[in-house]
Design a protein around this ligand. Structure first.
Ligand SMILES: [Zn+2]
Length: 301
């Protein structure tokens, strides 16, 4: 693989992907100071970003999921070598990625305003049919953009979390809520893109994940009740939560909670549900426990 190096950031890329490699470097370089500020980081960390073609997977160090080309758990934080491993979607479509995202996207679920915005943000004609939109969302171009602008930032957030001692424990062991760990990474995409003035990607991310949450489909495309904790729930719930809270508490609320949560989680093994509710309530300046009890806690694991 070839490399592009800038300070602490190394992009490892495959074959003819120089153009994408430059984009990966630009997004990582711009996001880095936003993350440092978010974590009040007292030291730097080096980041290795891999844009790896299928044939390069066996050479990627420490990749536990090389058999599953695409998405699952693309960060390597356990040994403090921070690596984000993305599938080189400009060379080969990652089936794992499309199997997760495609079934979740149904333009018929959008409001008229959302449908207009989505077409505008994607640079598509306003009168493009739903079928045309779906075709675009299944295209290679969309997946490259999506990986560079959204997934990369999400995974870099995981690396910062590993570096600064934010517990990873998933809800399956009955302790740390999975939605919180994944949700923080999802929310950070929104925050980073907003901070960089990329309204298009911030808006698109918000729309995609609130839409995913609302349609309540699992990763096979089966409709399931919104109260069912599935992929959409784990990845969309916190975005939905923060956006709802911002709608009543103001735009500052999201990042304020994020900073509170990160500070309180640092070095901890896990946070209990009660502690999460207290943190959110403190940032909101009001008791949010009824709202949590009704909307989130029953299905948060
Ligand atoms: Zn994640």
């Amino acid at each position: 693989m070839k490399t592009l190096l800038l300070g602490l950031i190394t992009i490892h890329y495959s074959g003819d992907s120089q153009e994408v490699a430059r984009r990966l470097l630009t997004v990582t370089r711009k996001s880095y100071p936003v993350f440092k500020k978010l974590f009040a980081a007292d030291h730097d960390l080096s980041l290795d970003i891999y844009w790896a073609d299928r044939k390069d997977w066996p050479n990627v160090p420490l990749c536990r999921h090389r058999q599953n080309y695409g998405m699952p758990h693309m960060t390597q934080g356990a040994n403090h070598s921070h690596a984000v491993i993305l599938p080189a979607a400009n060379l080969d479509m990652p089936e794992a990625l499309s199997s997760i995202v495609k079934p979740l996207l149904d333009p018929r679920q959008l409001t008229a305003a959302e449908a207009r915005n989505l077409r505008r943000w994607l640079g598509l004609k306003s009168n493009l049919s739903d079928e045309g939109l779906l075709k675009y969302l299944s295209s290679q171009k969309f997946y490259v953009d999506y990986l560079v602008e959204i997934v990369l930032v999400h995974e870099v957030m995981h690396d910062f979390c590993f570096e600064f001692g934010i517990p990873e424990n998933y809800g399956r062991d009955g302790r740390q809520a999975w939605w919180l760990f994944e949700g923080l990474a999802q929310w950070s995409v929104l925050w980073v893109q907003r901070s960089l003035g990329n309204d298009k990607w911030a808006g698109l991310h918000e729309l995609l994940y609130r839409w995913m949450y609302r349609t309540g489909k699992d990763d096979k495309g089966n409709v399931s009740p919104i109260e069912y904790a599935n992929y959409a729930w784990f990845h969309g719930a916190l975005v939905e939560m923060f956006c709802e809270l911002e709608e009543c508490q103001g735009k500052k609320y999201g990042p304020e909670v994020l900073r509170h949560v990160l500070q309180s989680m640092r070095g901890r093994e896990y946070l209990t549900d009660g502690e999460v509710v207290t943190l959110f309530s403190r940032a909101a300046g009001e008791d949010l426990s009824p709202w949590f009890r009704e909307r989130w806690l029953p299905v948060s694991r």
